[in-house]
Design a protein around this ligand. Structure first.
Ligand code: GLN
Length: 533
């Protein structure tokens, strides 16, 4: 088993996750089995309760773990299937160690960062390797070198490398090489200093990923190699991608990253076959058509809050050979000024998931607009709930219909916490999380889209469609086209008298990959294209 640790220096937001994922892509295409893991130095036990404003999207794994959005990159860029164990936070480490201490497992010894915390970290790294049966474990350490918080992780890595031997583990340091305009030069000092910080604690990176706006000229490469003590071919230039993040593996391959890594780890493999990946990138960069898709959300000003949705749209755009012009609409604007102003002329409307009542009425208006204007509509999670509320109010005349999340006293709780679900949702942070099976109605639009009558999809929500209203809604042309296998929970809804209107209680965006777009997104884009034409 080989290990690659990915650290970051100088500043945050350098795209460490993307670099780790891209290396994963290259190694996998060389025929190696890869697994990725993220260590986050914050004290939250998981990112599930963290504000999207601070943390971007919460990425949900098949086993229901609520994780950092970098795990989304990992799953999209490789075939590895991740679990709870692949995202470790300081909070979890301390929780485990303190739990052991309370149980008396340490037999009265003084419990300390070294060895107790570091032992726990090391055992979690080994566990991921062992459980996955991978050839290579790529472990990304969140944060930036020099952060106090990250120290226990870095110390654990020092010990770990000592234990497995230096030919079996390397450190890949992602750093910034800034261009100073006034001097007309690329500067290596910040990188030198961040390497010095790592050396202070006994870590020597073997590979440097240099984020830069300018090409790394030979002289700069040599300087970095000399001062940072890494081989010249391990100084890797990583400029900004020109069009799409999916270019990153191709660019890193050009720089020879995967060959260098394999050499350092004594791995003999074939060269990677990047032809499928290149074809996908080509379709993203130069599509034949374009389509305008509105996304009506409450975090649209944040780049990362709907990350997986944006990526899924890119995947399905490529599959339809069409570029996606995303029209990001703040649901609160629609609330005030109406849907028409913002949505007129778009080919498709997507309402993503969300929590809390801000912007909900705007989303309801967007669902109504899509229904009435016969625009292609895809509702995800909360998007399905607002579609239901809209239909109940405006088609079935159920005045004030709502979700009990937004109006606990509503006369018509069409979305609610179900009595018999309470014992399920009381567990695990009170949400329905992770993979659940869906039974799809034969002959429905959903059936046509999936091409099968079963699907397994990832969930993250508390409230459900209220079956008491099933008949009233169905009489007016609302179709429940997917349910849980026992028929009790609604998973998919659509409209009889509409060309393409589908909404699901789950999150298909967590299962879309570049060359395997999710069927719902793919069909949504192709229906939107039909609108456009
Ligand atoms: N707030 C809704 C619920 O808890 C929807 C959640 C979501 O969209 N992820 O059911």
């Amino acid at each position: 088993m080989k290990y690659i640790f990915v650290t970051g220096g100088v500043v945050s937001s350098l795209g460490k996750g993307l670099a780790a994922a891209s290396l994963g892509t290259l190694l996998e295409l060389r025929g190696l089995k890869v697994v990725l893991q993220k260590l986050d130095p914050y004290l939250n036990v998981d990112p599930g309760t963290m504000n999207p404003f601070q943390h971007g999207e919460v990425y949900v794994l098949a086993d229901g773990a609520e994780t950092d959005l970098d795990l989304g990159h990992y799953e999209r860029f490789t075939n590895c299937v991740l679990t709870r164990a692949n995202n470790l936070t300081s909070g979890q480490v301390y929780e485990t160690v303190l739990g052991k201490e309370r149980r008396g497992d340490y037999l009265g010894k003084t419990v300390q960062v070294i060895p107790h915390i570091t032992d726990e970290i090391k055992s979690r790294i080994r566990e991921v390797g062992a459980d996955s049966g991978a050839d290579i474990v790529i472990t990304e350490i969140g944060g930036t070198t020099g952060d106090i918080e990250g120290l226990p992780f870095l110390e654990a890595i020092r010990q770990f490398i000592l234990e497995v031997g230096s030919g079996n583990a390397i450190i890949m340091h992602v750093t910034l090489v800034p261009f100073i305009k006034a001097a007309g030069e690329l500067k290596t000092k910040p990188t030198q200093q961040s390497i010095a910080k790592l050396r202070e604690i006994g870590l020597q990176p073997q590979v440097l990923i240099c984020r830069t706006e300018m090409p790394l000229i030979e002289e700069v490469r040599q300087k970095l190699s000399l001062f940072c003590n890494v081989p010249l071919d391990a100084v890797i230039e990583a400029g900004d991608v020109a069009h799409t993040i999916y270019e990153a593996p191709l660019n890193l391959r050009e720089e020879g990253l995967d060959s260098t890594v394999c050499r350092l780890l004594n791995l003999e493999t074939k060269d990677p076959d990047l032809s499928n990946w290149k074809r996908f990138v080509q379709r993203v960069i130069a599509p034949k058509k374009r389509v305008r898709i509105a996304i009506v959300g409450k975090y649209i000003e944040l780049q990362d809050a709907y990350k997986s949705i944006y990526e899924s749209l890119t995947h399905s755009g490529a599959a339809n050979d069409c570029g996606i012009d995303m029209v990001l609409v703040d649901a609160e604007d629609i609330e005030i000024e109406g849907a028409e102003k913002y949505l007129q002329g778009v080919a498709g409307i997507l309402v993503p998931g969300g929590f809390g009542d801000r912007g909900v009425e705007g989303k309801i208006k967007a669902a109504r607009y899509a229904r009435e204007s016969r625009t292609a509509f895809l509702g995800l999670c909360l998007g399905m709930q607002v579609a239901t509320i809209e239909f109940a109010r405006n088609v079935c005349g159920l005045e004030g219909a709502n979700s009990t999340e937004f109006d606990p006293e509503t006369k018509h709780p069409v979305i609610a916490i179900l009595e018999d679900q309470k014992d399920v949702t009381d567990k695990g942070g009170s949400m329905r999380l992770g993979t659940w099976q869906t039974k799809i109605l034969e002959g429905s639009l959903a059936h046509q889209v999936y091409g099968k009558t079963e699907a397994s999809e990832r969930h993250r929500h508390r409230y459900e469609f209220n079956m008491h209203y099933r008949q009233i809604l169905e009489e007016k042309g609302f179709v429940i086209s997917g349910t849980s296998p026992d028929g009790n929970l609604v998973e998919l809804v659509e409209l009889k008298n509409h060309p393409w209107y589908l909404a699901c209680q789950y999150h298909p965006e967590f299962q879309s990959k570049p060359n395997a777009p999710h069927p719902l997104f793919k069909a949504f884009i192709s229906a939107s294209l039909a609108n456009e034409e």
